[in-house]
Each structure stands twice: as structure tokens, then as C-alpha cells.
Design a protein around this ligand. Structure first.
Ligand SMILES: Cc1ncc(C[n+]2csc(CCOP(=O)(O)OP(=O)(O)O)c2C)c(N)n1
Ligand SMILES: [Mg+2]
Length: 387
């Protein structure tokens, strides 16, 4: 199988020394929060960031169009969410609101590697996916405002964006709940012989849910065209991966099912694109699922109500130094795909687009009360219910 070398190498090098150091740790220390340690290979330290940005280190395989699309798409995600954060502070947006700022490459690199007809599903940190797939910012902002013109008719809010027209099968609030759904969507694609696949995102907190293991088993057994992605941003709410898991290389969980699995430096959009492209090729060739661990980071708290006291300013700053949009911007300038002024103009255009979405949302009506009874699943002849 394609990526078994990744599995073998990691097993041999990690298992014994890790087991020893874990045992030593637990003998001496109580359960204390430890910040995620950047993986030396995958996540260069801030000092390493400059090297990562040099043209020699960049992948020359991508052309101007791809870099410009990445830049525009990720800038739209970021400006949209910066505005959403401000509006939340003004109480114009209420309820829950989880921002994706810092993680943009996880979506941008997948969208460039996949094709129309493929399906996306994720958890509640779900603004970026539909934005990248082409849902109008107006419909997304209106959803945040709980307005009738929102992509979920104002009834879903931040955590429940949905837009079937672009292949976005929703944000989901139950941690890990979307994992079996993602497998099910892939099953439908295979059953209907569409040639499409499903990419199913989840957070690091979701990989300890039993449903994930059931879904992994079925997906491998039936060779479903699904790409499972864990966005390992180091924390589930305020709890670090180190505090909850004996296995911190989360991609190795796929190995129990012989699922090709690999880690990806998801601060680099090029790396994301290439890993997703490899997984997609396998899925479309009938070889079944892949499990990718995107090593990423969220700059903001878990949600708008999280002051993020469980991590240091230095830790956040270290990741900001490796910012994915800045990486792409550096390549665009170095390879002379655009000038500073041209990039500035794109930014201005995006800011105007976001401002327009706010105006649209503010001027839209709330849904009427009758809407409460629409889109509720009812099947009159459901055969399993007996009076
Ligand atoms: C089944 C379930 N248990 C608990 C929660 C409460 N909860 C909401 S978000 C969250 C943390 C999940 O973190 P992670 O999966 O790492 O995603 P991230 O927020 O980092 O994107 C928890 C425990 C929930 N929504 N669903
Ligand atoms: Mg997380």
C-alpha cells in the first residue's frame, strides 16, 4: 500500500523511547497542561520560518494561477472572520462563533487539489470551507446574523453552515459526529458510481470518539472514497493533545485499520495540496480511504468566549511567524507573480466584498416563525415506528 513506509518508520523510531519517557513522566508528574511541542521535522521553529520562505525551499511545481487563487481564497477567509470577530464583540452576531484564523491552508490546499462534485464535511469551525468552495460571503454573513437569507435560512448559525450546491455538507456541532456521516457520503458516491469523493475534517478532540473507529473500520472494509483529515491545532477547547492522549502522532491511529496515513505540515499550503492530491488519486482508483494529520494552529481562542489562558503569547507568536498567508505572499513576490501594489488591491477588493456582506446581512429580515416547521425531517411511512 502506498504510504506504508510512513507507518513503518514512525513505529520503529517512536514506540520504545516514547513509552519510556511517558512512564517516567507519569511517575513524577501529575497531569499538567503542556503546550504542544512543534514537531521538529514538520513544524520548523520561528527561526526556521525564513528558510521555509526562500524560493529554493518552495515547491516550484505550482504556477502563478494556483498561488494567486490560494492568496485570494485565504485572504477572503481571514478578512471575513476578522470582521465576524468584530461584529461578535458588538453583539451583532450572537451564539457560538469559532474562528479558523491561522488554519486557512487546511482548506485552500484541499480545494485546489480536489474537483467539482467532491463533497466536504467538517465540524463547527466551518466558515472557511464554504467560502473557499464559492458560497457567497453574503449568504454566510447573513447566516451568522441568523437572517432568512443565510445559507441555512438563518436557522443554523455559525456552527451549521450548509451549501449543497457547492458540495459543502455542513458544519456539525457534535464533536466527531461528522466522521460517520463523511463515510456515509463517500459510500453514496461509490454506490452511485459518481467518481467523486468526500473529504471529512475533524479536530484533534474528535479522534477519541468511538464513532471515528467504527467509521474507519467500515471505510477500509468497503474501500470508500473518503479522505479523513484531523486538523491537529494542538487543543480541544483548552485541553492540549498531550493531556488527553498517549499517542500524540495522531495520524498513527489509522494504522490500526491499515489505512494509509501521514502527517502534513499544514502551515504550508503546498504540502496540504500535495497530500490531498495523493489521497484523492488513491480514492478515485478504488483503493479506499486515507487519514491525514494536518499539523496546524488557531491563533484565536477556541470560541469567542475563550481568553486562551492555557497557552503562552510566545507560542502563538511562534506560529504567527510561520503564517500560511505570509508564506504564499512571500512566494508571489519572490517569483514576481504580482507586485505589492497588486496584492494590496486584492486585499482592498476583498475588504469591500466583506463590508458588502455585512450590509446585506444587516438589511435582511429574520426568518418568519413558520420557518421553524420547515426542513424538519419527517417521513410519514417510516416503517420502524409502531404506535
Ligand atoms: C460529543 C461532544 N462532546 C463535547 C462537546 C463540547 N465541545 C465542543 S468543541 C469541543 C472541543 C473539540 O476540539 P477539537 O476537536 O480539537 O476541535 P477544534 O475546536 O480545535 O477545531 C468540545 C469538547 C461537543 N460539542 N460534542
Ligand atoms: Mg483542536
Amino acid at each position: 500500500m502506498a504510504d506504508t513506509k510512513v507507518k513503518a518508520a514512525s513505529k520503529a523510531s517512536n514506540s520504545t523511547s516514547k513509552a519510556k519517557s511517558k512512564a517516567q513522566q507519569s511517575a513524577q508528574e501529575p497531569l499538567v497542561p503542556t503546550p504542544p511541542q512543534p514537531d521538529s521535522e514538520l513544524q520548523p521553529t520561528p527561526q526556521g520560518a525564513a528558510a521555509a520562505k526562500s524560493p529554493a525551499a518552495q515547491n516550484q511545481a505550482f504556477d502563478k494561477d494556483t498561488y494567486m487563487r490560494w492568496y485570494e481564497s485565504m485572504m477572503l477567509m481571514r478578512r471575513f472572520e476578522e470582521k465576524a470577530g468584530q461584529l461578535y464583540g458588538q453583539q451583532k452576531i450572537r451564539g457560538f462563533c469559532h474562528l479558523y484564523i491561522g488554519q486557512e491552508a487546511c482548506v485552500a490546499g484541499a480545494v485546489s487539489a480536489l474537483r467539482k462534485g467532491d463533497k466536504y464535511i467538517t465540524a463547527y469551525r466551518d466558515h472557511a470551507h464554504p467560502l473557499a468552495l464559492g458560497t457567497s460571503p453574503n449568504a454566510l454573513m447573513a447566516e451568522l446574523f441568523a437572517k432568512e437569507t443565510g445559507c441555512s435560512k438563518g436557522k443554523g448559525g455559525s456552527m451549521h453552515m450548509f451549501d449543497k450546491s457547492v458540495g459543502f455538507m455542513g458544519g456539525h456541532g457534535i464533536v466527531g459526529g461528522q466522521v460517520p456521516l463523511g463515510a456515509g457520503i463517500a459510500f453514496a458516491e461509490k454506490y452511485n458510481k459518481t467518481g467523486n469523493l468526500c473529504i471529512c475534517y475533524m479536530g484533534d478532540g474528535a479522534v477519541r470518539q468511538g464513532a471515528l473507529h467504527e467509521a474507519f473500520n467500515m471505510a477500509m472494509l468497503w474501500k470508500l472514497p473518503v479522505i479523513f483529515v484531523v486538523e491537529n491545532n494542538g487543543y480541544a477547547m483548552g485541553t492540549s493533545v498531550q493531556r488527553t492522549s498517549n499517542v500524540t502522532d495522531l495520524y498513527t491511529l489509522g494504522e490500526a485499520y491499515d489505512m494509509p496515513s501521514e502527517p502534513v505540515d499544514a502551515m504550508q499550503v503546498e504540502e496540504v495540496h500535495q497530500a490531498v492530491a495523493r489521497a484523492a488519486e488513491r480514492a478515485r482508483a478504488g483503493e479506499g480511504p486515507t487519514f491525514l494529520e494536518f499539523k496546524t494552529y488557531r491563533y484565536k481562542g477556541h470560541s469567542m468566549s475563550d481568553p486562551a489562558k492555557y497557552r503562552t503569547k510566545e507560542e502563538v507568536e511562534g506560529y504567527r511567524q510561520r503564517d500560511t498567508i505570509e508564506n504564499v505572499r512571500a512566494v508571489i513576490l519572490e517569483r514576481q507573480f504580482a507586485t505589492e501594489q497588486e496584492l494590496e488591491a486584492i486585499d482592498e477588493r476583498i475588504k469591500a466584498q466583506v463590508a458588502e456582506s455585512v450590509e446585506f446581512a444587516e438589511n435582511s429580515p429574520f426568518p418568519p416563525a413558520e420557518e421553524l416547521f420547515q426542513d424538519v425531517y419527517v417521513q410519514a411511512d417510516y416503517p420502524y415506528i409502531r404506535e
